[in-house]
Write a protein that binds this ligand. Structure first.
Ligand code: PLP
Length: 394
């Protein structure tokens, strides 16, 4: 399939996996690719590359209400979370006893991505809607006594879209004198994100979730409270030494352009996508009255819903939707592309056979009313086949 076919004939509803690159991002990337200089060089060519990076830094900072100097560019959300959490926790541990609390529904780059000492990670449970148990956190913060604490909780979940009470968690953590990071990868560019209003010490974002290039991301620090002394990638002094190596100017420029566009249209786009998402959700409820829309009573991202229909297997349904021209996802498809049991749904206590059938629909800047109509038609086909099979088995 060519890229043109991919955009003209297919219905792409997998923006939480990655969102197609916006035209203004392609322009910025091409412009930056043509710059000959290294941003560390003092000559005019170097200064032009530096200007691209610093311009992008301002735009990314604006997206999350941060100070420009507190944005550190990385290769994406995964590296950003690693950069914050691995050295962050090690640093705390150097000063005495340290505890690390991580939400049960976090992305694997937070749950699994770090070189934490054996048994160091303590999991904050979530309720049946996937929302953090703040009472558990409060009790465990109290019980941590003199130990220094680091907490990592996401702003919104990639599989269900469920939003977390991060500001409340931050207040509890700061009362205890601890530090808190939020993974804002799915939230940034989709809902307003303001690092000061959230009250977190660090947040991490990724450009490709809102129309930027894959391989772009950032750590955003609220202040120098969050010491990243033990850097992951060492060498030259790029990114103030937080992340050595010649900067990927094109990816950074594209990331900046995506941040600028996402911020400019944020409120209207959220309203537009929520209406389309609700329409898609209503269609599936009409077609399959026994559908479960996961955490439909929770506050969710405007672009996301996840659903399961008893008897519908995610693996076969994904293929059926794909053949009908619709790209969806199941569980967290981030790493292997394989359908595996979701730790998020497990943590929410979704019944395992139902959880195995959960499909995720995630809309974005390319999604149109026509896409939703075609999605509903594909649902009629895929679900219709299931109901026929069920009827003949009965
Ligand atoms: C919630 C969340 N955090 C982090 C990441 C990782 O970001 P990246 O793909 O930029 O490494 C993802 C990717 O899907 C995500 O959904």
């Amino acid at each position: 399939m060519t890229a043109a076919m991919a955009t003209s004939q297919r219905i792409y509803l997998d923006h939480n996996a990655t969102s197609p690159v916006r035209p203004e991002v392609s322009e910025a990337v091409l412009r930056a690719l043509q710059l000959p200089g290294n941003a560390s060089s003092v000559h005019a060519e170097g200064r032009l590359a530096r200007a691209e990076i610093e311009g992008a830094r301002e735009k990314v900072a604006r997206l999350v209400g941060a100070r420009t100097k507190n944005v550190v560019f990385t290769s994406g959300g995964t590296e950003a979370a690693n950069l914050v959490l691995t050295p962050g926790f090690r640093r705390l541990g150097q000063a005495g006893a340290a505890r690390l609390f991580v939400g049960a529904a976090e992305h694997p780059c937070v749950l699994n991505g770090h070189r934490f000492p054996e048994g160091a990670v303590e999991i904050i449970p979530v309720d049946s809607r996937g929302i953090l148990d703040l009472a558990w956190l409060e009790a465990h913060l109290k019980e941590a006594g003199e130990a220094r604490v680091l907490v990592s909780v996401q702003l919104a979940n990639n599989e269900t879209g469920v939003r977390q009470p991060v500001a409340e968690a931050a207040r509890l953590v700061h009362e205890k004198g601890g530090l808190i990071h939020t993974d804002a990868v799915q939230a940034a560019g989709r809902i307003p994100v303001d690092i000061a209003a959230l009250g977190v010490d660090a947040l991490t974002i990724s450009g490709h979730k809102f129309g930027g290039p894959k391989g772009s991301g950032a750590v955003v620090l609220a202040s120098d409270q969050f010491e990243i002394a033990d850097r992951l990638i060492r060498g030259g002094g790029q990114e103030k030494g937080y992340r050595a190596g010649t900067e990927n100017v094109a990816a950074i420029a594209g990331f900046g352009a995506a941040a600028e566009s996402a911020l400019a249209g944020l409120e209207q786009e959220a309203v537009r996508l929520r209406a389309l998402r609700d329409e898609a959700e209503a269609a599936i409820r009409r077609i399959a009255p026994d559908v479960l829309v996961v955490a439909s009573d929770a506050e969710r991202l405007p672009n996301t819903f996840a659903f399961a229909i008893p008897g519908l297997k995610a693996e076969t349904a994904l293929i059926a939707f794909d053949l009908a021209g619709v790209a969806l996802s199941s569980g967290s498809a981030c790493s292997s592309g394989k359908v595996k049991r979701s730790h998020v749904l497990d943590a929410m206590g979704v019944e395992p056979t139902l959880a195995e059938g959960v499909l995720r629909v995630s809309l974005g800047w390319t999604t149109t009313e026509e896409d939703v109509i075609r999605f509903a038609e594909a649902c009629e086909k895929v679900v219709g086949t299931l109901y026929k099979r069920r009827a003949s088995a009965a």
